[in-house]
Design a protein around this ligand. Structure first.
Ligand SMILES: Cc1cc2nc3c(=O)[nH]c(=O)nc-3n(C[C@H](O)[C@H](O)[C@H](O)COP(=O)(O)OP(=O)(O)OC[C@H]3O[C@@H](n4cnc5c(N)ncnc54)[C@H](O)[C@@H]3O)c2cc1C
Length: 319
């Protein structure tokens, strides 16, 4: 176990303690001191969380937690590093689901042929999450654990109706994605628990897609949409879900199934879906754009992802 003071070259925010001056005497931005331990297994993580209590946090890729610590928005006294826990890093196809270990990196999801074949929406989203440096370390468990309202994989999980496996001292429990998120930066994974796996149900003939508008490559979403569509043999829609990112909608957009089910896909139908999505959205004005623009994106991106998801489902049906 080590006591660590993390030092970067960035400027210290007001209130942050500076550690050693950086190169050239530049002030540095450092987290509050913390203790650090590398866990060896899920059981060991749970023991450590239990032992160190409220002041302990697990760290995976560190791409969300470390910036928060440097800004003193998080001040854990103990960091439990899960990067050596090999049982959390897997991609397994079952008869009815794809099981993804919580420590699976964005880059692994993006490079997996299996993932792209079963769930092209995951590849669409991973291509636009941050940059290669973040994708090489950031994990799906960390993304869901962070519960940032502009985070892309939550929408993907909503649309695919994913299940989340959470380990605790009483054993594992499985929660639907809708029950994982309690609000911005808050999840149903309690402090003494660990997300171990994400399960994506496999459905024959499902097409899916994700599209995001960002201010520049690698940025968080101005807005994004994801869709999943299943078609009948005659081409009619028999199941559909649409999710929105950074547009103030919790879970999937309500009313889509009722409006689109049993209908033949058409531009008119996609326009109707876009209208429903825009109406359901509740964006806030910020540096990424005004409310009207974001509502327009909810409409336009919904049409686009439905078009692509239907085309992909149709292509599968034609095979
Ligand atoms: C410059 C930059 C740009 C980014 N752009 C995007 C973007 O466009 N879209 C996007 O979606 N994301 C973006 N991200 C976030 C990125 O995807 C992170 O990798 C991700 O949010 C967190 O993953 P992590 O493994 O780094 O988690 P960490 O930072 O290690 O942890 C984040 C939180 O999750 C908790 N946690 C980690 N693992 C688990 C677990 N197994 N069980 C329970 N809790 C856990 C931690 O305790 C912590 O509270 C960006 C990040 C950066 C730095």
């Amino acid at each position: 176990m080590l006591t660590v003071t993390w030092v970067t070259d960035k400027l210290a925010p007001s209130g942050a303690q500076s550690g050693d001056p950086g190169r050239g005497g530049t002030p540095v931005q450092v987290p509050a001191p913390f203790e650090y331990v590398r866990a060896t297994s899920v059981e060991n993580v749970l023991e450590l969380l239990d032992r160190h209590g409220e002041e302990a946090r697990v760290i995976a890729g560190g791409h969300s937690l470390l910036p928060m610590m440097k800004l003193r928005l998080a001040r854990p006294e103990w960091l439990i590093d899960i990067n050596d826990v090999a049982e959390l890093d897997h991609l397994t196809e079952d008869a009815d689901s794809l099981r993804v270990g919580a420590l699976t990196r964005h880059a692994t999801l993006l490079s997996s042929e299996l993932v792209g074949r079963l769930f092209p929406i995951i590849h669409d989203a991973e291509r636009v999450i941050a940059d290669p440096v973040v994708r090489n370390r950031g994990t799906i468990g960390g993304s869901l654990g962070q519960a940032d309202p502009a985070e892309d994989l939550t929408t993907v999980c909503d649309v695919l109706d994913a299940e989340i496996v959470i380990a605790g001292s009483a054993g594992p429990r499985v929660v639907g994605i809708a029950d994982l998120h309690r609000g911005p930066y808050e999840t149903a994974c309690e402090q003494h628990e660990l997300i171990t796996e994400i399960r994506f149900p496999i459905r024959a003939g499902r097409g899916s897609a994700y599209e995001k508008v960002e201010r520049r490559v690698g940025d968080w979403a101005v807005a994004a949409a994801g869709a999943s569509v299943v078609l009948e043999d005659d081409g009619r829609i028999c199941d559909v879900t649409v999710g929105l990112t950074a547009l103030g909608v919790e879970g999937c957009v309500p009313g889509m199934l009722e409006a689109l089910c049993e209908q033949q896909p058409s531009e008119e139908l996609f326009a109707e879906a876009g209208r429903i999505a825009a109406e359901a959205s509740s964006p806030v004005e910020d540096q990424r754009g005004p409310v009207d623009y974001k509502r327009h994106l909810a409409d336009e991106l919904t049409r686009r992802v439905l078009r692509t998801a239907v085309a992909r489902a149709g292509a599968l049906a034609a095979v």
